[in-house]
Design a protein around this ligand. Structure first.
Ligand code: IPE
Ligand code: IPE
Ligand code: MG
Length: 239
């Protein structure tokens, strides 16, 4: 990861509510997922000016395989067309795309399409866009623990590298849309000190103003990382 991006914020988004958004409009759930792609475009374009260097989007969880086969295959088709159609826009915006999650259970050819999109966007330095597909935070932690198995001991930093496969900034802010207030197995390790922001907005309606609202909420919070609130200069410690 480029160091200039590492010094900027890492925001994770659980893009939820596509199905309800569509159902309320009498549309198929697939239409909701298609509208969700538009929201991804809006947010990735707005992210750099919000001080975001890394954006991790939860698109398909390892538990989403439980959904009806027709919805799963429609989603896989959508990922494929996204990867093919968006590359030019990503390159034009200086966005480096990587996918996180398992690739061995994806439909034929999708892993190769992912590799091509990653290679084509590798020089992007305005935003690291990470899309989580067939992703489970608990699986990444288990896999890292297996890899660390031979070590006598393992620092948090070393274990983090085993989880993410690279130097990755911890998550600063998690946003979840659609009114749900849970993490659903997203970035559990990396979010140890993340601020959490929940909005009732459905993902297909989420736009640059919603992102700005979330960032304003984030900037209004005091992060302490287990320490004490920063003391004002005129405050003295007395026994
Ligand atoms: C999020 O929207 C996208 C995926 C999980 C693929 P949902 O499909 O979960 O939408 P709701 O929660 O059913 O409304
Ligand atoms: C989490 O949403 C996964 C994604 C947004 C991709 P879900 O809709 O699958 O989560 P639950 O089942 O409501 O917890
Ligand atoms: Mg959902």
């Amino acid at each position: 990861m480029q160091s200039n991006l590492h010094s900027k914020l890492h925001v994770g988004i659980i893009m939820d509510g596509n199905g309800r958004w569509a159902t309320r409009r009498g549309l198929s759930r697939l239409r909701g997922h298609q509208a969700g792609v538009e929201a991804i475009r809006r947010v990735m374009e707005a992210a750099p000016e919000q001080g975001i260097g890394t954006l991790t989007l939860f698109a398909f969880s390892s538990d989403n395989w439980r959904r009806p086969r027709s919805e799963v295959s429609a989603l896989m088709g959508l990922f494929r067309s996204y990867l093919v159609n968006e590359v030019k826009g990503l390159v034009d915006n200086g966005i480096r795309l990587t996918l996180i999650g398992r690739r061995d259970r994806l439909p034929d050819g999708l892993a190769e399409t992912i590799e091509r999109a990653e290679a084509a966007t590798a020089a992007g330095d305005a935003l690291a866009l990470r899309i989580a597909v067939d992703y489970s935070a608990r699986d990444t932690i288990v896999n890292a623990a297996v890899r660390a198995g031979g070590l006598q001991s393992c620092s948090r930093e070393t274990f983090s590298d085993l989880i993410t496969g690279s130097k990755l900034r911890d998550v600063d802010l998690i946003i979840r849309t659609s009114g749900e207030r849970r993490l659903s197995d997203f970035l559990l390790w990396e979010s140890a000190y993340a601020e959490l922001y929940f909005t009732d907005r459905m993902w297909p309606d989420f736009d640059a103003n919603d992102l700005a609202d979330a960032m304003a909420s984030f900037h209004g919070r005091e992060r302490r990382f287990g320490g004490l609130p920063s003391m004002k200069p005129d405050v003295s410690i007395s026994a």
